[in-house]
Structures are given as structure tokens and as C-alpha cells.
Design a binder for this molecule. Structure first.
Ligand SMILES: C[S@@+](CC[C@H](N)C(=O)[O-])C[C@H]1O[C@@H](n2cnc3c(N)ncnc32)[C@H](O)[C@@H]1O
Ligand SMILES: Nc1nc2[nH]cc(C(=O)O)c2c(=O)[nH]1
Ligand code: SF4
Ligand SMILES: [Mg+2]
Length: 277
């Protein structure tokens, strides 16, 4: 299965990714700031972190579990804040104790987060970011950790390989892996079914130098009812129950092993499993 190269964005009547960046202003569109809680996913799973969730996204994944930070109908709940105000909130939640700050969204790459990152790092905070790898920003190179989560076929989004490449180049990751001056970068794929898994493996194999994580697709979609579960329908239909999460994890572990895909880590969304923020 060849990886499609640049394709037109799937969203009908939406903006190009360039038009969604708001680098021209110093205000950050914020959906929520919460924590400390545990990082539930990927490279830093289990780490204590505060989340800064920005608002707005250039994608509309069919199973997005964070529609409230994506869909314009929620924009009354969003606030435009400058970096100082965001950092004041972070300091009050962290009792001014330096810790990880996870930038997520929506797509945080749509915002100008450079002033916030510099402000926090000057006080000893470390910054991690979650993004789908569709919009690249020069300040990616300032981050301490960066997770790119390209969207698989089940999301309904079309993969733009050059977009991911531009994001990796922005980190200058490909030249200097895991150096102190560049973010630790990893790939993380949501896998809803076998097609997603084969697709994720093919992309990951093009970046053998990047740690790779896969996680099951939860049923928390609040963006589109057309949600697909894993290959088999589960007896227990209670959404995101520990049983449901366990079954999906067992399916994914088995599916990865059946492909003899060994250099990948299979992780749950720990916060979904435990039903914490
Ligand atoms: C809500 S997104 C926000 C950041 C960015 N837009 C992205 O997709 O990477 C954060 C993470 O949650 C994952 N995610 C979203 N909906 C999910 C679902 N229903 N099941 C599992 N993971 C999901 C995304 O793939 C991403 O890795
Ligand atoms: N605890 C917790 N961990 C997370 N890791 C990635 C998240 C996200 O929504 O970006 C997330 C989240 O929403 N909560
Ligand atoms: S999963 Fe990420 S990229 Fe997809 S719609 Fe949700 S916030 Fe946007
Ligand atoms: Mg989440």
C-alpha cells in the first residue's frame, strides 16, 4: 500500500492550513488549562503534567475525543489569552513548581506558542506538544518533547506526507536525533482497525529513527457518530469501560504481534482507562 503524497484537504469548505495560523497576534485561543494530571498517552505516559489545550483544529477526525476544542459551536467556551495570563494559570495550578507542560488541542500548532514556551522554560518548566503534524512552526525546535500523531484512514482525514516532513524539518530532528537542543520527537498512531495498523506501520518504517507508539481508538467521539470500533464488535457496549479499553488493548497487542512489528510500543490512553482528566 503506497503512502499517498500531498492530497487536497478532506474538509469541504474549510480554510487552507496556512490561513488557520494566528502568528500575527500574541493571543492564544484557549479551550482549557488543567492539571496536574498524568500524561495518559505516548512517550511521557504517567508523567505529572499540566495541560494547555488550545482551541481550533484544521482537521475533523471522525472519532476525535475532544470535539469541544475543535468545533466552532464551542467557541463561546474559548478564551483568547496572552502568554503571561496562560503562564500565570500554569503557575497557580503547579504551585510554581516547575514540571512538564503539555500543549495540546485542537491543533496547538495553529497558535503562536513561542512566547509561552520561552516564558515557562525560563522558570524551569519543560514543554511537550501533541499535534497531528499538519502545520509546521519554527518554534517546534524549542520544545523539549514533541509527539506527531498522523491521522489514519479510519479518521476520515487524508494524510499529507510533505506536511509531516515539514514538521520534522522544523524540529531539525532528522539531523540531530535526541540532542539536547532539539525536541525528543516520537510518532503516535491511533489504531481503530487493521487498515489503520497497516498504514501506521508503513509510515513508521519510513522514520526508523523515531520512537513509535500505537493506541486503541476509544468510543468517545463527540465529533461524529460514525465511529468505528476495532475489528470485532465487543460484547460490552458500554463506551470506554475498563472492559472496553482492555478488549481494545488486547486486540491491538495481538494485531501488532501478528504483523511481527516489534519496534513499536502498544499503549492505552491511561486517563481514559482510569476515567481521569
Ligand atoms: C485530541 S488530540 C489533540 C492534538 C492533535 N490534534 C492530535 O490529534 O495529535 C490528542 C491525541 O488524542 C488522540 N485521540 C483523539 N481522539 C481519540 C480517540 N477517539 N481514541 C484514541 N485517541 C484519540 C489523537 O490522535 C492525539 O494523539
Ligand atoms: N490525561 C490526559 N493525557 C493526555 N494525553 C494527550 C491528551 C490530549 O487530549 O492531547 C490527554 C488528555 O486529554 N488527558
Ligand atoms: S484528533 Fe486531533 S487532529 Fe483530529 S480533530 Fe481531534 S484535535 Fe483535530
Ligand atoms: Mg485527550
Amino acid at each position: 500500500m503506497s503512502i499517498p503524497s500531498i492530497v487536497t484537504p478532506p474538509l469541504s469548505g474549510t480554510f487552507s492550513t496556512e490561513s488557520v495560523s494566528n502568528d500575527s497576534t500574541d493571543l492564544i485561543s484557549i479551550s482549557e488549562i488543567f492539571g496536574p494530571t498524568i500524561q495518559g498517552e505516548g512517550a511521557l505516559i504517567g508523567t505529572q503534567t499540566i495541560f494547555v489545550r488550545t482551541a481550533g483544529c484544521d482537521y475533523r477526525c471522525s472519532w476525535c475525543d475532544t470535539g469541544y476544542a475543535v468545533l466552532p459551536e464551542f467557541d463561546n467556551d474559548w478564551k483568547n489569552m496572552d502568554a503571561e495570563s496562560v503562564f500565570n494559570k500554569i503557575e497557580s495550578l503547579s504551585n510554581k513548581q516547575a514540571m512538564w507542560i503539555t500543549l495540546s488541542g485542537g491543533n496547538p500548532a495553529m497558535q503562536n506558542l513561542e512566547p509561552l514556551i520561552k516564558l515557562g522554560q525560563a522558570k524551569g518548566y519543560k514543554f511537550s506538544m501533541e499535534t497531528q503534524g499538519s502545520i509546521a512552526k519554527p518554534w517546534f525546535a524549542l520544545l523539549d518533547q514533541l509527539t506527531f500523531s498522523p491521522k489514519p484512514p479510519s479518521s476520515g482525514m487524508r494524510f499529507k506526507h510533505k506536511g509531516l516532513q515539514r514538521c520534522l524539518d522544523a524540529c531539525e530532528t532528522l539531523e540531530i536525533i535526541n540532542s539536547q537542543t532539539h525536541p525528543d520527537v516520537s510518532l503516535k498512531f491511533v489504531v481503530a482497525d487493521q487498515d489503520d495498523l497497516l498504514w501506521a506501520k508503513e509510515i513508521a518504517e519510513q522514520y526508523p529513527q523515531l520512537p513509535c507508539y500505537v493506541q486503541p481508538c476509544n468510543n468517545n467521539a463527540d465529533i461524529n457518530v460514525d465511529n468505528r470500533s476495532t475489528a470485532d464488535d465487543l460484547e460490552n457496549k458500554e463506551e470506554n469501560s475498563p472492559y472496553d479499553q482492555k478488549q481494545k488493548m488486547l486486540w491491538l497487542i495481538d494485531a501488532v504481534q501478528s504483523l511481527n512489528w516489534t519496534d513499536v510500543r502498544v499503549l492505552p490512553q491511561l486517563h481514559v482507562w482510569l476515567n481521569v482528566e
